[in-house]
Design a protein around this ligand. Sequence first.
Ligand SMILES: C/C1=C2N=C(/C=C3N=C(/C(C)=C4\N[C@@](C)([C@@H]5N=C1[C@](C)(CCC(=O)O)[C@H]5CC(=O)O)[C@@](C)(CC(=O)O)[C@@H]4CCC(=O)O)[C@@](C)(CC(=O)O)[C@@H]\3CCC(=O)O)C(C)(C)[C@@H]/2CCC(=O)O
Length: 208
Amino acid sequence: MVVYEYEKDGAEIYRQSFATIRAEAELGGLPDDVARVAVRMIHACGQVDLVEDIACSPAVVQRAREALDAGAPVLCDAQMVASGITRRRLPKDNDVLCTLDDPRTPGLAAELGTTRTAAALELWRDRLDGAVVAIGNAPTALFHLLEMVAAGGPRPAAVLGIPVGFIGAAESKDALAASDLEFLVVRGRRGGSAITAAAVNAIASDAE
Ligand SMILES: C/C1=C2N=C(/C=C3N=C(/C(C)=C4\N[C@@](C)([C@@H]5N=C1[C@](C)(CCC(=O)O)[C@H]5CC(=O)O)[C@@](C)(CC(=O)O)[C@@H]4CCC(=O)O)[C@@](C)(CC(=O)O)[C@@H]\3CCC(=O)O)C(C)(C)[C@@H]/2CCC(=O)O
């Protein structure tokens, strides 16, 4: 029988991971609350140089946390983001919502001539004011959110805008960073549902 020698204690795996990230990543330039979020984002992708591409408004973590403490929902562009959010960490049993699979979404996408992920945001309108938005997959969703807000729509408390990819990902994140919303982004092509869920989990947690 083959027996491998490896760490089997989950808490110890986390402890060693976070210690490694703190030793290897250049977190010094970030405020403490953002550094704590960055550690968890790096943990989700295994790339310590992710920190070089993280950009945010100074109060984003505080505003997002205040919103969660006030019971705000977390609105997600993809089920993958929503699934990655650890419900027991959320301070007020906050709703975690993804409207991508709502039966109205395909019709809205056809009507608006856009992707399903972008069209699904139209169904956020009555929950968006003061919400925490977590976009981890779709650049079109992030662009659509910015268009809705620019047109006078409800304003979220904070936007974790971390879509991944080659078409529109970098551009949508640059547009968010240039907006007047509280934001957290990873500049460039990197991002994704796991990193975005990890950012929400870090903000929702009291400890690392
Ligand atoms: C163009 C799209 C991109 N998707 C990427 C990467 C991943 N997507 C996955 C999955 C399972 C889903 N992607 C959809 C959101 C789907 N992806 C798109 C769209 C065609 C358009 C979005 C956009 O450009 O803004 C989008 C469909 C739409 O009409 O909106 C998904 C809904 C497709 C589907 O299954 O129906 C689905 C999300 C399901 C959910 O969680 O709710 C991947 C797992 C790969 C795959 O299996 O296809 C992967 C996950 C990445 C992640 O971490 O989230 C890109 C690379 C982001 C790409 C957009 C940018 C680009 O450069 O192409």
